[in-house]
Write a protein that binds this ligand. Structure first.
Ligand code: PEP
Ligand code: MG
Length: 591
């Protein structure tokens, strides 16, 4: 056992997890070292050669495609890869590792590539260094090919008390791992609003992100604590520290059960202003949390996860329909707001993209991809209008930046409705259509957009990213990711005022809504609908039931008068200190 070590990052999903580390480096495909027994060796070696054969076949196909699209000279690059995959020296070394170390083929490939790469790196011949890049590429192909067949080396083999320590995790990694019942995450990259951390919160798994170098600091199987409340990770905790954390865990559980008692209470301020607190849902299993946490309907269902979970297969119309029906029923008697696929950007859309993009977050994402690939989206739109017959469904479009996109979508939807009508399939025509306000251009034309749609939902996760020019996943610029920046507050005020003037609903479904202080500021700015992870609802409800909307309106005016995010933060903190001490005074008088 090593000495205790404390690492600090960002607490991106609350709660405390105590367990054993499993390290995953995802910048190459996830590779686990899995011991095999003597009598599994032959089977494992056969898997290796089988995997190599399939990877060669795949590469050959890629080569042929490149030949058609790019010409023979560029396609020749793949020849080197195909050759390497037939190289008896490389595969022989991998085989030897499996036999000698009794490990799975993936691990043997990973380690052999690493060793050869290390040797190449020390040679200063440019040609050889290029071969090293080929090798990295080829070993990734081979790993993917092996993983495609690795039924007996899947995540279900992870022991029960695992905490994943990773350099980076995609949202789909987080879903897979979360469902494999891991206890928590400690990640090098990421920020509060990256989709991976949103998924961690959805699955109620403690997570700390922005932990530079954590992969190098942790050994597999090390004892580890992830404290998502404070953003702390503790390696090799002493028995005393473990005990302290046990006590804290119990306190948190108690706090959660106290919060649950607010379920039946209204989200109403002391001067009678009612606020709708709705649920953000990413995965179908989260709908079970809508009612217990007292959500008034679903304010955002990120339907793209339906696709991400089934990739590379596209969900069928019936799968869409069943999922939407499930959402609508869970939300009843309140509305369910379902967002059309927000794929592209960092959300995997391999099957739909013609080419790789250099800057995908500014690329063919959200509504842009919907309009570009109507052949694929038709299935989703048909299912949405069909699902309308089951209850109060609202449909929302992501990443809108122009009025034309809304009009094009309406024309597309009209076409789909004509088709359904001709087929005699039951559907609902008058579904409310809204847009996400998450691109600064959309925020600045909110008054114009408000005439085109039935509602707005503000996506601050992206609105802040695009306004501040700060990648929401990049831990290096996380300090510039400022929800309280005056530019953001002014934009929010403009959008809220524009919606009110046009008489349409406006809600906010970015992570900003889930922070009690930000939520109250937003209510002060006139927001009457907030959507968040359902687990956040009780705390926010508890806060707002103790404060008057008129005090919050004054708070918002005060905050909007400042010049920097730090000044706004101080203003907000002072206000809350006053409220807390006032509350304490009142309690003292009552008692
Ligand atoms: C947002 O951008 O605030 C939002 C809610 O959408 P997503 O997080 O899925 O991009
Ligand atoms: Mg968004």
């Amino acid at each position: 056992m090593g000495d205790m070590q404390v690492l600090r990052g960002m607490g991106v999903s609350g709660g405390i997890a105590v367990g054993r580390a499993v390290c995953i480096e995802t910048r190459v495909p996830d590779v686990y070292r899995i011991p095999i027994t003597e009598d599994q060796v032959e089977e494992e070696v056969a898997r290796l050669y089988d995997g190599a054969r399939r990877a060669r076949y795949e590469l050959q196909r890629t080569r042929d495609k490149a030949n058609e699209d790019l010409g023979n000279e560029l396609a020749a690059i793949f020849d080197a890869h195909v050759l390497l995959l037939s190289d008896p020296h490389f595969l022989g070394k991998v085989e030897q590792r499996i036999r000698k170390l009794l490990v799975n083929a993936e691990w043997a490939v990973h380690k052999t590539a690493e060793e050869l790469d290390d040797r190449f790196a020390h040679l200063d011949d440019a040609y050889i260094r290029e071969r090293s890049e080929d090798l990295t590429d080829v070993s990734r192909h081979l790993l993917r090919s092996l993983q495609g067949t690795a039924h007996h080396h899947d995540l279900s083999e992870l022991p029960p008390d695992v905490i994943i320590v990773a350099d980076d995790l995609t949202p789909s990694d987080a879903i897979r791992l979360g469902r494999a019942k891991v206890l928590g995450f400690a990640i090098e990259s990421g920020g509060r609003t990256s989709h991976t951390t949103i998924i961690a919160r959805g699955l109620n798994l403690p997570a700390v992100a922005g932990l530079a170098g954590v992969i190098g600091a942790v050994a597999d199987q090390a004892s580890i604590i992830v404290d998502g409340e404070t953003g702390t990770v503790i390696l090799h905790p002493t028995p005393e520290v473990l005990e302290q954390y046990e006590v804290r865990k119990q306190e948190l559980d108690r706090r959660d059960s106290e919060f649950l008692e607010t379920r039946e209470l209204g989200a109403v301020t002391t001067d009678g202003v009612e606020v709708r607190l709705m649920a953000n849902i990413d995965l179908p299993e989260e709908v079970g949390e809508v009612a217990p946490f007292g959500a008034c309907g679903i304010g955002l269902y990120r339907s793209e996860f339906l696709y991400i979970e089934r990739s590379p297969h596209l969900p069928t119309e019936d799968e869409h329909l069943e999922t939407y029906r499930h959402m609508i029923e869970a939300a009843a008697p309140h509305p369910a707001i379902i967002r059309t696929y927000d794929l592209g950007g960092r959300k995997l859309a391999r099957e739909m993209m013609a080419t790789e993009e250099e800057n995908p977050v500014l690329g063919l994402r959200g509504i842009r991809l919907t309009l570009a690939r109507q052949d694929i989206f038709r299935t989703q739109i048909r299912a949405l209008y069909r699902a309308g017959v089951y209850g109060d469904l609202w449909v929302m479009l992501p990443l809108v930046s122009t009025v034309d996109e809304v009009r094009s979508f309406r024309a597309f939807a009209d076409d789909v409705l004509r088709e359904l009508e001709q087929e005699g399939v039951p559907f609902r025509r008058d579904i409310r259509l809204g847009v996400m306000i998450e691109v600064p251009a959309a925020a600045m034309i909110a008054d114009v957009l408000a005439r085109e749609v039935d509602f707005f939902s503000i996506g601050t996760n992206d609105l802040i990213q695009y306004s501040m020019a700060v990648d929401r996943n990049n831990e290096h610029v996380a300090s510039l990711y400022q929800p309280l920046h005056p530019a953001i507050l002014r934009m929010l005020r403009f959008v809220i005022d524009s919606a009110r003037a046009a008489g349409i609903e406006v809600s906010l479904c970015g992570e900003m809504a889930a922070d009690p202080r930000f939520a109250l500021l937003l209510i002060g700015m006139g927001m009457r609908r907030l959507s968040m992870s359902p687990r956040r609802i009780p705390e926010i409800k508890t806060w707002l039931r103790d404060i008057s909307a008129s005090d919050l309106a004054a708070l918002a005016d005060g905050c909007l008068a400042h010049s920097t995010a730090a000044e706004v933060q101080r203003h907000l903190d002072n206000f809350f200190e006053c409220v807390v001490s006032r509350e304490a005074r009142e309690r003292a008088v009552r008692n």
